[in-house]
Design a protein around this ligand. Structure first.
Ligand code: DP6
Length: 350
């Protein structure tokens, strides 16, 4: 039996991906850019095994619950793509075991609540692709692997890299150039920190997949967004290179608001922000105003939870403001601070 384990962290977009030009291949209507969080907080861990003696058919468990792998479905497409690459490796070296022909057993765990609206599909699919790439000893680069991860869930392609990551929309109809690449490694700007404010851990009402499709079909404002995003991609990349927090923060906040505006411009409208989310926006705007400069940036994905970016030196001030206006946050422990020991020691592959 052959086995490999890989982990992938959650990433939080500063320039949002919202819209597909090809729903099957998951090709986006715009490029996006995100920050990958550190491994020790929100991450998925996936173990893949291949064995000649497994009963036919691949099987997968997510947090201990078996998921169906549908042929042509997102998981099925990722596994098929990686298996095809393994086959090429075996064809070039006949001494290698024929892992591509053996059934797979895959187990994936998140160290955070899956339903909390915290981009679990991104880390989950990225960890799946990384663990199979390791099991199959694939020669492909992370960018090439991101082409496969993208077909599992668009935002997953960015979680194959740490630090600051761009997903280039690409122009090829087959998607060969719609991939993720590093803009800057984590070490380039280690002072950048992210605070996650869990406003609600309820499962979101409208999934990203169906929400963005509805936006593409009905929003006229989306066209304006698509005209503006390329300039923002250039400007935020420059801000990251220059470690210019104010520019980074301005672009991050304006793009989050632009994304939620196109959601509102969708028919029927999609509301991801709730009153607490809006109060967080007000608190951060006021904090920036009273500081005389921008020291914090909020961003919201397809749900009410806020992610606040700030430099380490300003985080105490940000935390002070959040705790003052949302006092329950003070009492709760960090629910994500789990360690490898929290994961089950062995998986049930029967
Ligand atoms: C708002 O990657 O979850 O988080 O490709 O359909 O799986 P699918 O969508 P998904 O969408 C993420 C949307 C977002 C913005 C972002 O992460 O860029």
């Amino acid at each position: 039996m052959y086995e490999a384990t890989a982990t992938a962290p959650v990433n939080i977009a500063c320039i949002k991906y919202w819209g597909k030009r090809d729903t099957k291949l998951i090709l986006p209507t715009n490029s996006s850019l995100s920050v990958t969080l550190d491994q020790d907080h929100l991450r998925s861990t996936t173990t893949s095994r291949a064995d000649e003696s497994f009963a036919a058919g691949d099987r997968l468990w997510l947090n201990g619950k078996e998921e169906t792998i549908k042929e042509g479905g997102r998981l099925g497409v990722c596994i098929k793509g990686l298996r095809a690459w393994r086959k090429q490796v075996e064809e070039n070296d006949s001494s290698l075991p024929k892992l591509s022909e053996w059934p797979l057993r895959i187990a994936s765990y998140n160290n955070f609540p899956t339903a909390a609206g915290l981009a679990s599909s991104a880390s989950g699919l990225a960890a799946l692709v990384a663990s199979l790439a390791r099991l199959y000893q694939l020669p492909q680069t992370p960018s090439q692997l991101s082409i496969i991860a993208r077909q599992g869930s668009g935002s997953a392609c960015r979680s194959l890299f740490g630090g600051f990551v761009a997903w280039r929309e690409g122009s090829d109809a087959a998607g060969s150039d719609s991939l993720a690449e590093e803009v800057a490694p984590r070490e380039h700007w280690p002072e950048m920190h992210a605070l996650i404010c869990v406003v609600s851990d309820a499962k979101k009402g409208t999934s990203s997949t169906s929400g963005m499709q509805r936006t593409v079909e009905t929003s006229t404002l989306l066209q304006e967004r698509l005209r503006i995003v390329p300039g923002r991609m250039d400007a935020i990349s420059k801000a990251i290179q220059d470690k210019d927090f104010e520019s980074f923060a301005k672009i991050t906040m304006v793009d989050s608001n632009s994304f939620h505006s196109v959601c509102l411009d969708t028919s029927p409208p999609i509301f991801y922000l709730n009153d607490v989310s809006k109060s967080i926006i007000a608190v951060i705007e006021e904090l920036n105003r009273s500081s005389g400069k921008i020291i914090a940036a909020y961003t919201f994905d397809a749900g009410p939870n806020a992610v606040i970016y700030a430099l380490e030196e300003n985080m105490p001030k940000v935390l002070g403001a959040i705790n003052k206006f949302f006092p329950t946050a003070e009492e709760s422990e960090d629910p994500f601070r789990t360690t490898a020991e929290d994961l089950p020691a062995s998986f049930d592959y029967k």
